[in-house]
Design a protein around this ligand. Sequence first.
Ligand code: CTP
Length: 416
Amino acid sequence: MRIVLGVGGGIAAYKVASLLRLFTEAGHKVTVIPTEAATRFVGVATWEALSGNPVSNSVFDDVEKVNHVRLGHEADLIVVAPATADLLAKAATGQAGDLLTNTLLMAHGPVLFAPAMHTEMWQHAATQANVETLRSRGVTVLEPASGRLTGADSGPGRLPEPEAIFAAAMALVNAADGAKASPATEQPLAGRVVTISAGGTREALDPVRFLGNRSSGKQGAALAAAALAAGATVRFLAAHMDVEPPAGVELVRVESALELREAALKAAVDSDVVIMAAAVADFRPADVSDTKIKKVDGEDAPVVRLVRNPDILHELVERRNAEGGQQLIVGFAAETGDAQGDVLQHATAKLKRKGCDLLVVNQVGIGRVFGQDDNSVVILSGHGAEPQSAAGSKADVAAVVVDRVGAELTRVFPAL
Ligand code: CTP
């Protein structure tokens, strides 16, 4: 595969040398195009030596080869890392002042941006608008990782690890190929859009307190990684999580059940699959105080009154049914056995109640499932198929669930 690796002028440029290595070691031919500013961080000689190809960022070198047209047309993939605020702005507004920006305008294959910058620059409305513009044109812009930045600051803005960018790049190419021709068995979700919710919602009591739950988001993150590997475009709706969402997803962060509902109804509109792995609070405080609730000596402790949250999964199913849409909807159930029935009896009743196509059931207890690295589940079908068990790491379980989703999608909606 031919890859163009655009390098932006940020300190993280040095990490891109490892990304280049991952590409070349996997047998790909890479042409590196550093911006003028990038060469202040890592010199041309490094890129030439590591890629084995000449390096330039001028449209006036080798003019007879019309490099920007050739590179843009020939590239099976263009990756820009680190994508600085400046490069995102230039790409979003179609500027063409150097070889890299010219090449981006000539791109025929998938384009991936891996941003890195200070948190405030990333969160600035101008940058976010540029990211949205690029995404709306089908360009993949990864979420930056969170952590220590160049100065004393920390937050979202770190370049994702080279391995994560590499994996996202390969998933992107596979998805593009899958949309064309890949055999269904290798990429069961190629060309599909999959929305996955994950983590635990937080229901505000006052500006500093909330009601939450023990969900770590690990199973949801593993599902997203498995869906990406299966060739899907993944919309990831992340409530509170203890782990980072995988690189390569379209990320929407939410806090409460009501925010998740809004995001889920929006994302589901043109999704082929919706997987509700989030632990959604069934209740929220009826009153949210604008100011911190204070203890007052001599007064009774406050009583928190709760109201029901909407059942998002149920609502998604109802809307799908009303619209006659061909969409596979998957629920998760955390169950315990009790005097009224065992885990499977409760789960079967829940599957009926929710009306979803698949229900992934696990048994919970303190220290069990929530936050653990291993999981054991039973997948129940609303279409009469036998229950299927899966156990192992959350990645193992995710792979089985995603495989089953692919199979069920073809079985329930053969015309899709
Ligand atoms: N769910 C949802 N909206 C809610 C509550 C849950 O969409 N308000 C979804 C979860 O994401 C999960 C499934 O419903 O996919 C099952 O959640 P669970 O909490 O086990 O079920 P409940 O409906 O809360 O049933 P119960 O409290 O009776 O166990």
